[in-house]
Design a protein around this ligand. Structure first.
Ligand SMILES: Cc1cc2nc3c(=O)[nH]c(=O)nc-3n(C[C@H](O)[C@H](O)[C@H](O)COP(=O)(O)OP(=O)(O)OC[C@H]3O[C@@H](n4cnc5c(N)ncnc54)[C@H](O)[C@@H]3O)c2cc1C
Ligand code: SF4
Length: 511
């Protein structure tokens, strides 16, 4: 008789076609010989005071997945334990399997455990399959990167598009003759423009029970109130179908727009479900391409979305594994300021920051440009410790995972990895924020001044950053024009900018 096979499905691998299931079934001679375990690891779920909506999302999606697997005829255990090792040990004691099969973890610490000591810790043979949830798990455009070398996302993205035949014409050229239509995707939202609402998914009995559990535990930021995220595959698919019809056509042109009263605009809000394995990125990219080919979405929107999903998302996952574990400690600008209290309570007269942080506390979501050009821009210009910023992002966002936060925050947003992820620091003055949003109109500060009591702090900090790091920034070809602007600032004004920036920073209350 063949021995039982245990399949460990991690909390962010909720795929019905999880590769370990098929391998286990073949090895055990059928579904009956397979035992599946999903561990609710308390230490993992409580590493940080995560947003309560994120906690509900994880727990509820996992429990729905267990029900989905059972309905498909699998024997499944959901085990609550202090950590994954304890949960797996419990399943092993109960089922006495001959071996364990798992998929490579997306997160570095768990992956290291899988390869280094999981088998000896658990006392049985372990097989770890390559993580094919990511396209780079199937095709790695840069399989053997040189240490410290900078690789640009654009080339990585083109290689993936070619390999998977996404928006590629029969002659091998990109659809529309261009690889990148970003230049068409920088429109602010016209005044009074109302984007369509996003679908809400009413919590069912499982989710309501989880919400109660999370509130009762009294741990975490934010509230479970108004939780309406998709926690099942069917709802995630419905959310994606709605996006294709209602928002994809305008996704491109308003991709970078920001608005005080509108958090979502034309974005998809599908990262939480993609990151949990409820939606499959390649299939999403193909569905978006089909919208373009059928004439229902313009190319700038289709290419823009596909670039995010198979370009940036894959590149970040790749950078994370390439740069860990050093990435977590990277701090190339030697930024040491503690995270200010305003990141926790949204209390500031800076309207852009207060709108974004307060929306984040309420929903656990803000879109990409707000993350990059408001939150990280401020943190970089204010010299805030990158590790503290990364932990804050991990805490507050519903879609946060180590593999995506560290390269986006420490690499792209704070440029703390010495430009390995992004070739230039994403810094901007109020000029950019004023152009792309409606935040400045009713702000207490003036986006046009860089000195004086009412001058926008973004301006003070931006020019102060250029002055302090002039030599280093001048050496970066992509920042030349910005630094050139410094030659038009008199030495008296330089002194004034620096004095006012220091004074502003000294008033930032730490948390
Ligand atoms: C500082 C910072 C922190 C971020 N933290 C997270 C995070 O915790 N979790 C997360 O999933 N993404 C994160 N991102 C990437 C991106 O901002 C979010 O994926 C996106 O805003 C999610 O909203 P959406 O689903 O509406 O995205 P859309 O604008 O609709 O984009 C479509 C999809 O593209 C993918 N995507 C786009 N850009 C990126 C990127 N840079 N990295 C990875 N995926 C990308 C996401 O899966 C997203 O769902 C971060 C970016 C920055 C700059
Ligand atoms: S003026 Fe400055 S602080 Fe106020 S909203 Fe505009 S960019 Fe933000």
């Amino acid at each position: 008789m063949k021995s039982r096979v245990l399949v460990w499905i991690m909390a962010d691998q909720l795929m019905l076609d999880h590769p370990a299931l098929a391998v286990a079934e073949a090895a055990a001679g059928g579904r009956d010989g397979v035992r599946v375990v999903l561990v609710e690891s308390r230490s993992w779920l409580r590493r940080l005071p995560y947003h309560r909506k994120r906690q509900v999302l994880y727990l509820s999606a996992g429990r729905h997945f267990v029900a989905e697997l059972k309905a498909a005829g699998y024997h499944v255990d959901r085990i609550e334990a202090d950590d994954s090792r304890a949960g797996l040990a419990q399943a092993i004691r109960k089922h006495k399997p001959g071996r364990l099969i798992a998929l490579e973890a997306a997160e570095y610490p768990a992956r290291i455990w899988q390869t280094a000591s999981m088998a000896s810790d658990l006392g049985l043979p372990v097989e770890v399959l390559p993580n094919t949830m990511f396209l780079v798990g199937r095709f790695n455009p840069i399989a053997d990167p040189e240490p410290g070398k900078r690789y640009v996302m654009e080339n990585f993205y083109r290689a993936i598009r070619r390999k998977f035949g996404l928006l590629i014409e029969p002659d091998g050229e990109p659809s529309g003759g261009k690889w990148n239509l970003d230049a068409e995707n920088r429109k602010p939202l016209p005044k009074g423009h109302q984007p369509p609402p996003i679908p809400r998914f009413e919590p069912d009995a499982i989710t309501r029970a989880v919400m109660k559990e999370v509130e009762a535990a009294g741990f975490g930021v934010g509230s479970t109130d108004g939780f309406d995220l998709a926690v099942t595959r069917a709802d995630a698919e419905a959310g994606f179908a709605d996006f294709l019809v209602e928002r994809l056509p305008d996704f491109g042109r308003f991709e970078d727009a920001m608005c005080a009263d509108q958090g979502v605009l034309y974005h998809s809000v599908l990262s939480p479900q993609m990151n949990l394995g409820l939606l499959e990125p390649e299939r999403m990219a193909r569905a978006v391409e089909a919208e373009y080919r059928e004439g229902r979405a313009p190319l700038n929107s289709a290419e823009g979305f596909i670039r995010q999903v198979v370009g940036w998302r894959e590149f970040m996952y790749w950078q994370y594994h390439r740069q860990m574990p050093e990435l977590r400690r990277a701090n190339s600008w030697e930024a040491k300021r503690p995270l200010p209290r305003l990141f926790w309570d949204g209390q500031t007269e800076m309207r852009c920051l207060s709108s974004v942080v307060n929306r984040l506390i309420k929903t656990g979501y803000t879109h990409h440009i707000e993350r990059l050009m408001i939150l990280c821009n401020f943190a970089l210009l204010a010299g805030i410790d990158p590790a503290a910023v990364a932990d804050w992002f991990l805490t507050f966002y519903i879609d946060s995972h180590d593999w995506v936060v560290l390269p986006n925050v420490i690499g792209m947003g704070l440029n703390a990895d010495n430009g390995i992820t992004a070739t230039k620091p994403y810094i901007a003055s109020a000029n950019y924020i004023h152009k792309m949003s409606d935040f400045c109109g009713t702000c207490a500060y003036n986006p046009k001044s860089r000195t004086g009591v009412d001058a926008c702090p973004f301006n003070k900090l931006y020019w102060n950053f250029l002055i302090e790091h002039e030599a280093r920034l001048r050496a970066n070809p992509r920042l030349g024009p910005a630094v050139l602007g410094l030659s038009r600032v008199s030495s008296t004004e330089r002194d004034q900018i620096q004095t006012e920036a220091r004074e502003f920073l000294s008033r930032l209350e730490p948390y």
